[in-house]
Design a protein around this ligand. Structure first.
Ligand code: NZQ
Ligand code: ZN
Length: 395
């Protein structure tokens, strides 16, 4: 049955060769003249991108201040610094130049500048934001879909709680996407991005609520495309067209297009992963692949028709034999793909060795963040979460 839905995608997407040169013009068209330009650890500076964007801003008569230093798994302390700087400079728009971490930090700064009080309150379920300063994006890494999503994920440095705050106010005003900016990504970041994109789609696909043929067809097409183009990028990382396919897939995987008509998105693997990257500071995409197989084997019987459909429609498993066998072959096939991208399938391969106490702590934190219930393929409680962590630790 097709469930009611709302689809809100206000981001103006400007895609293709040289589009970063239009950044200044895009900001001017929004009537903004003072910008806080946020970037990460230096890749945007080294590649010459910051200089190009600076030229575009100057040509459009936009004044800007730069604030670099966003780390992967961005920290609340950086967000506070950004809010202070934005306030001092009277910023009217936050320009995020980077990947998901830079975009998420920029959204948080945008919330902090547009609302009184502590911005962490929004991430800590205490209250809702009434506004967000507009955020513009120049994307340098196809992965999180944050360039169109309503989500911002921040880690509290003090408690290591990694929390996502979802609000339509945080959807960027525009996203400049030039696939060329991703041609020289380290192979590990490319692979992390491709797997994250797959996971955003699957989190909406493995559900026990609602179904819409068109949504499934879009999701399956997206998944097949990402798998195919990822394989191309493994061998030819500078293939522009493959980069373009992946970049657009990243945005569509997380702007909710692949969830229309479904209810109850699953998102268990993501929530389980956020606790892991919060505590151990691992790359998000790698954390996801390290957990997914353990999650899938724990839940597939409770969502069997969807796992069978995934196996046959996406992973080309023949529809032969009992459903459970077909479903398991689909899980194995996706894991084989992750493996072929040199991604981890367990905590050991991820490079972490949580103690028993830490596994319990991860489950406690995850259950707390999820208010005690998580997922749709199978509803998980704290003990289930622990068992999935334990399985990932024992592989
Ligand atoms: O900081 P710099 O020097 O730029 O280096 C970054 C960083 O080290 C590098 N990089 C980015 N673009 C590059 C590049 N290196 C060379 N060339 C380029 N063109 O890549 C490294 C990772 O960057 P990061 O932004 O951390 O990666 P990603 O885009 O995967 O973002 C991950 C963060 O987003 C959150 C994750 O939890 C994690 O904190 N997520 C955000 C979501 C959202 N807002 O909708 C949804 C996701 O599910 C995810 O949870
Ligand atoms: Zn993700």
């Amino acid at each position: 049955m097709v469930e009611n839905f709302e689809f809100h995608a206000p981001t103006r997407v400007v895609f293709g060769h040289g589009t970063e040169e239009r950044t200044g013009e895009l900001i001017r068209s929004l009537g903004k003249h003072k910008v806080l330009l946020v970037y990460g650890g230096g890749s945007a500076e080294r590649s010459g991108l910051l200089a190009k964007i600076g030229a575009s801003l100057a040509a459009a008569g936009i004044a800007w201040t730069e604030l670099g230093g966003v780390t992967p798994n961005p920290r609340l302390s950086f967000v506070y610094r950004g809010i202070e700087k934005g306030r001092e400079e009277g910023a009217e728009l936050i320009l995020a130049v980077g990947g998901g971490s830079v975009i998420d930090a920029s959204k948080a700064i945008g919330y902090g500048l547009a609302n009184p009080g502590d911005v962490w309150d929004f991430y800590d379920f205490k209250r809702q934001a009434a506004a967000c300063l507009p955020v513009g994006v120049v994307l340098t890494l196809a992965a999180t879909g944050s360039e169109m999503s309503d989500s911002s994920v921040i880690t509290n440095d003090r408690t290591l709680e990694k929390r996502s705050y979802n609000n339509d106010l945080g959807r960027p005003a525009f996203a400049v996407m030039d696939p060329e900016l991703t041609l020289h990504l380290p192979p590990f970041q490319t692979a992390c991005g491709c797997c994250d994109i797959i996971m955003h789609t699957l989190e909406r696909y493995f559900t026990n609520g609602g179904q819409m043929e068109l949504t499934d067809a879009i999701a399956e097409g997206l998944l097949r495309t990402v798998i195919k183009e990822s394989r191309i990028l493994k061998v030819h990382p500078e293939d522009y067209d493959a980069r373009a396919e992946i970049m657009w897939a990243g945005s569509l995987s997380h702007n909710d297009l692949t969830g229309c008509g479904h209810t109850n998105r699953d998102f268990a693997t993501h929530r389980l992963e956020h606790e892991v990257s919060g505590l151990f500071d691992v790359a998000h995409g790698a954390g996801l692949t390290a957990l997914w197989g353990s999650w899938a084997r724990y839940v597939y019987r409770d969502c069997l028709p969807r796992f069978v459909r995934f196996a046959t429609h996406v992973m080309d498993v023949p529809a032969e034999g009992p459903d459970e066998t077909v479903a398991l072959k689909g899980i194995e096939a996706l894991e084989a793909f992750f493996r072929s991208m040199d991604m981890p399938l367990s905590f050991r391969e991820l490079g972490i060795r949580p103690t028993e106490e830490q596994l319990r702590d991860l489950a406690r934190r995850c259950s707390h963040t999820a208010h005690g219930r998580l997922g749709s393929a199978r509803v998980l409680r704290e003990e289930d979460m622990y068992r999935i962590y334990k399985a990932a630790a024992e592989r």
